[in-house]
Design a protein around this ligand. Structure first.
Ligand code: BGP
Length: 462
């Protein structure tokens, strides 16, 4: 049996986000965010009409949850701060109860020997900020930087690993292109503006972090989708895959790591009248505040083919410029509909090594959402999720190969610690190492994969 050994200080853990686990959405002074609002006006958009107030109760159970993380051997853990809990109006007074809560979470993690990785924005725009346009409005980028600085000031003595955003492209796609996040706008030009200001907000926050001189690291977490052409020998397919890469990966990866936007993307935006409003001085802010480290969320690749029809007068979308390719025979997670392609993790890491200065990085999310896991629960009450063990180990093998070939990859975090509320899918697909029984007051039970991961951490390999 092959043994895959990882470096001694490898970061093993999981990731979560505030809206998805905290619950207590209307308690202790928390302001509303877009999810609270959307659920209020359209509960039927959410699976089984379960809303963000009913998530996994981490707000009340964080002590036990962190004790369980310790038991499962975590060495690090990523959570996010809820902007609307900390600053209910987005840009006004700080909620002391929220400061206390996050203080306690951080202290509890440190006492358990788990390094806290803290992310500042995980899809949860405060409603007060959305009312003035969210990241479409430049002012919100500055409000975000202020919020970030408040976090650094309160928690930066103990938190030394920060992230500005998680998957910044997702709120752009969901909120401004494909209607799976609020405000459900479909407008490419506005989407580009939102993306641009999000990037600016990240650089502004990094600038403030460095100014404080707290001696930690700050990065960003990107969902990277390696783009593969239908046929390597077809030049037009290869071009289409490059373009998809520019739209969906390099749009945030290049400015975050290199401080510049991909020229081919800028050329298209100019040609089609999609350029965002940019102000003097922005370029210096973005190029002067690139990240120290990169979190990579990897779920699925993107298969692309050349556009089959000419670019017409229809509404402009990223998909106007290339077609997606439904590759026959690909392996699919039937619950989420996402392709499972383990080698993608290796290709991404080698790309970062070869084209992004081998910047320090880690796999900040990877995971498998499964519907109806209850049927795998055995008599002892443990969910026998062998499919998840297989999923993780297959990805870890490719990660290991990248490591041995010199990729600067420092860790692996699974999405996610315990079953959580996944946006409009709510509790449909379960991703956790720990099951959460919604019927039984959120009872936690470690799944087979959670115990397996504990041995991986203990052995620093498998
Ligand atoms: C990532 C997000 C997470 C999480 C995960 C699983 O994109 O960062 O918040 O939800 O995907 O996806 P989903 O919950 O949509 O199945």
């Amino acid at each position: 049996m092959t043994t895959y050994l990882f470096p001694p200080d490898f970061w093993w853990g999981t990731a979560v986000s505030a809206t998805q686990i905290e619950g207590a959405a209307d308690r202790d002074g928390k302001g509303k965010n877009i999810w609270d609002h959307w659920y209020e006006i359209e509960p039927n958009r959410f699976f089984n009409e379960v809303g963000p107030a009913k998530t996994s109760q981490f707000y009340d159970r964080y002590k036990d949850d962190i004790a369980l993380m310790k038991k499962l051997g975590h060495t690090s853990f990523r959570f996010s701060i809820s902007w609307s809990r900390l600053i209910p109006a987005g840009n006004g007074a700080v909620n002391e109860k929220a400061v206390q809560f996050y203080d306690q979470v951080i202290d509890e993690l440190l006492a358990a020997g788990i390094t806290p990785f803290v992310n500042l924005f995980h899809f949860d725009m405060p409603m007060a900020m959305q009312k003035i346009g969210g990241f479409e409005n430049r002012e919100v980028a500055y409000a975000f930087a202020r919020y970030a600085e408040i976090c650094f000031t309160h928690f930066g003595d103990r938190v030394k690993t920060w992230f500005t955003h998680n998957e910044p492209i997702v709120p752009v796609e969901g909120g401004y292109l494909y209607e799976f996040h609020y405000p459900k706008v479909v407008d490419f030009k506005r989407a580009v503006q939102v993306g641009y200001h999000t990037m600016l907000s990240s650089a502004l926050a990094i600038e403030r972090y460095r100014r404080l001189g707290q001696g930690g690291k700050i990065g960003i977490i990107l969902n990277l989708t390696p783009s593969y052409p239908r046929a390597e020998e077809n030049e037009r397919d290869v071009e289409a895959a490059k373009l998809a890469d520019a739209f969906f990966n390099r749009s945030f990866l290049d400015p975050s790591v290199k401080g510049t936007f991909p020229q081919e993307l800028v050329a298209i935006l100019k040609q089609y009248g999609l350029m965002p409003h940019v102000e003097e001085g922005d370029k210096a802010v973005i190029s002067g505040n690139t990240v120290d480290l990169l979190g990579v969320n990897y779920y699925q690749p993107r298969r692309v083919k050349a556009k089959e029809t000419p670019i017409g007068d229809g509404p402009l979308m990223p998909g106007t410029f290339f077609d997606s390719y439904d590759m026959p025979g690909k392996k699919i997670n039937p619950h989420r509909g996402w392709e499972i392609y383990e080698k993608g993790i290796y290709d991404l890491l080698m790309n970062i090594k070869d084209h992004y200065g081998n910047i320090e990085c880690f796999i900040s999310e990877n995971g498998m959402g499964v519907e109806g896991e209850e049927k795998f629960r055995d008599e002892a009450g443990v969910i026998q999720d062998d499919y998840r063990i297989e999923f993780i180990s297959n990805h870890l093998r490719w990660l290991h190969k990248a490591l041995t070939e010199g990729a600067n990859v420092k860790g692996y975090h699974l999405w996610t610690f315990m079953d959580n509320w996944s946006w409009t899918n709510a509790y449909k697909n379960r991703y956790g190492f720990v099951s959460v029984d919604l019927e039984k007051d959120g009872k936690r039970t470690v799944k087979k994969s959670g115990w397996w991961f504990k041995t991986v951490i203990e052995n620093n390999g498998f």
